[in-house]
Design a binder for this molecule. Structure first.
Ligand code: ADP
Length: 593
């Protein structure tokens, strides 16, 4: 035989012996209490002990109950057969009670749920009938109890066992089922105070000196039991009930307290009825306190969980929002691209159609008179038209290139010493033909050189765009160009006397694709001023416009002669900003279309 099974057997033997001994002691204590016919006692802690033992250690300990009951009854004077009958009843009572409780799913010996407490009460009331019935039948069969005393004996037996189950079993179950969590500081003081108050009150009510016999006095215990339940949960409630029970039984047995009647049996009967109700009530109260505490804890945990979930949800929502924004930006970018393609194709077709027409005319003229050289003047006129249309095409293509560069943040500025006055003269000269065709007269007030560190081509582009707009929207009227400056800043003014711009539109003309007029009269992309503003921003300057409808428009550009130190960084940042700002506009335009 190996060591393990031997140990197991030894352990079982010790457990059986220990329980048998404890049973005999508990039974003898009870039998001391004026038992009916010497056996049916109102105080029977052994029933609670058996129930708790089987619940905690398993049914295998039943022989200890049988043996303990048999021995104690034999010791008290019962004939062996009667003692065996009583032992059978006591054993079956414990087994039936255990089976009933185990039938309840999830029963916790700590009685932390109201349903566990109620189950224990139910078992205390019902399983004890088995022992009472078999026990009294055995006594009757043994001739120890006569038929008349049957009911009284049965009642004493049943009450004694019930109280045992209600007071002793929960005490053992609760203290054995969970590790004892030590009280600290204030908790210990409070527990000591409660214990002192309980013992003091118990002695006061059940002390032998008690002269008053008012039953209501017993209820003085209730506030203390409530205190125990509310502050110390199930352990507090059950322990306090046990202490109260011990004091009250001892006091009553010694002839003190409100329940004292003619005989000890009568006194104990009254007391135990009171104790049965008290024990059951506080067992349930203790459980409901624990259940409430657990509910509060669970609520807090679920609230925290909810908060975490809300946080996670918010984060997910934010991420979804970001993705939505990106999608929207993408959609806007696609729309802007579509708008650009549609405008570009429309605008590019116009000069191409004109060039195609003039090419046809020239071809036909040559085919009609192949022998004749076509008149050079007429050919020249057509070539001029050709050149003009090609110039227009190039400008459109330049604009398209600029849009893609600026939007991609690749607006590179090649800084060099530039004289704004000289550039203004150059552009005005180059525009002579355009201006003449628009029947405008340009007055250029730019006498002294105004030199700064700028990108020559971009500065030309600023003046070109403003001047071509002045000719386009102010045809037949004069145009003034001024260039001047102080120590830090150069100033360019382009003023026309044309159709003007309504005040409410002044801001949006600098946005991409924004056009107040569209059609043959005013061809364009709606990009010229946008590009001007990007370039001016890139150079660290600013552009302003004033206008009056029907009276004309003035654009004022101010450029610092030295670009800001952080210009390159600024240019990149600017490009990024532009990219963001401009997209919604494009989107709006696309929607309008
Ligand atoms: P566009 O290619 O259409 O001229 P711009 O960006 O240069 O594009 O100008 C945007 C719009 O601002 C024009 O369509 C026009 O309606 C208005 N605008 C620009 N300059 C003038 C001006 N000098 N006088 C009146 N309106 C102007």
């Amino acid at each position: 035989m190996t060591i393990e099974p031997m140990r197991g057997r030894l352990r079982l033997f010790l457990e059986l012996a220990g329980l048998t001994a404890a049973y005999v002691v508990a039974a003898k204590l009870g039998l001391m209490m004026d038992a009916v016919a010497g056996f049916a006692t109102l105080v029977w802690p052994a029933s609670g002990l058996s129930l708790a033992a089987l619940l905690l250690f398993g049914n295998r300990l039943w022989p200890a109950i049988a043996l303990g009951a048999f021995l104690s009854n034999l010791w008290t004077g019962a004939p062996p057969l009667v003692a065996m009958g009583i032992a059978l009843g006591n054993t079956l009572e414990a087994l039936a009670g255990t089976a009933a409780i185990r039938y309840l799913p999830g029963f916790s010996p700590a009685c932390e749920r109201v349903r566990d407490a109620l189950a224990l009460v139910f078992v205390a009331l019902s399983s004890t009938t088995v022992s009472a019935t078999l026990g009294v039948l055995s006594l009757t069969a043994g001739g120890i109890v006569d038929a008349e005393s049957f009911a009284e004996t049965w009642r004493a037996w049943w009450i004694g066992d019930t109280i045992g189950d209600l007071v002793v079993a929960p005490l053992l179950l609760v203290w054995a089922s969970k590790p004892v969590a030590g009280l600290r500081g204030a908790g210990r003081v409070e527990a000591a105070l409660l214990a002192a108050a309980l013992v003091g009150m118990g002695l006061f009510i059940f002390g032998t000196h008690a002269s008053s016999r008012i039953v209501g006095q017993a209820y003085f215990l209730c506030p203390l039991l409530i205190w125990a339940a509310l502050r110390f949960g199930q352990r507090g409630a059950i322990s306090a009930t046990f202490v109260a029970s011990v004091i009250s039984i001892t006091g009553t047995a010694l002839g003190g307290g409100p329940f004292v009647a003619g005989t000890l049996h009568q006194s104990l009967l009254m007391l135990q009825l009171f104790m049965a109700i008290t024990a059951a009530t506080f067992l349930v109260l203790g459980a409901s306190v624990l259940e409430r505490r657990k509910a509060v804890r669970d609520l807090r945990v679920s609230q925290e969980g909810l908060e975490t979930r809300v946080e996670e949800g918010t984060m997910a929502l934010n991420r979804a929002n970001e993705r939505l924004c990106l999608l929207k930006q993408l959609e806007e970018a696609v729309n802007a691209r579509d708008a650009l393609i549609s405008i570009a194709s429309h605008e590019l077709r116009t000069p191409l159609a004109a060039m195609q027409l003039h090419l046809d005319l020239m071809t036909r003229a040559i085919l009609k008179h192949p022998e004749q050289e076509s008149a050079p003047d007429r050919m020249m006129a057509k070539l001029v038209t050709f050149e003009r249309q090609i110039g227009r095409l190039s400008r459109l293509i330049d604009h398209l290139l600029d849009v893609s560069r600026i939007t991609a943040g690749r607006l590179e500025l090649a800084l060099e010493e530039v004289d704004l006055t000289a550039v203004a003269h150059d552009v005005a000269d180059r525009f002579d033909e355009v201006v003449r065709r628009a029947e405008c007269v340009v007055t250029l007030r730019a006498e002294v050189p105004v030199v700064g560190s700028w990108d020559r081509l971009r500065v030309e582009q600023i003046i070109t765009n403003l001047l071509s707009n002045a000719a386009k929207y102010g045809s037949g009227r004069p145009i003034d160009i001024e260039v001047d400056g102080d120590g830090d800043t150069a100033r360019l003014v382009v003023r026309d006397h044309g159709i003007g711009i309504p005040a409410e539109d002044l801001a949006r003309i600098f946005e991409r694709f924004e056009r107040l007029l569209a059609g043959r009269d005013a061809p364009g992309f709606g990009l010229g001023l946008w590009i001007v503003r990007q370039v001016v921003d890139g150079l660290g300057g600013q552009i302003r416009v004033t206008s009056e409808v029907g009276a004309g428009t003035t654009f004022i550009v101010e450029l610092p002669r030295r670009p800001p130190v952080d210009r390159p960084a600024r240019a990149t940042e600017l490009a990024a900003n532009l990219k963001r700002q401009s997209q919604p506009r494009a989107f709006e335009l696309a929607r309008k279309n």
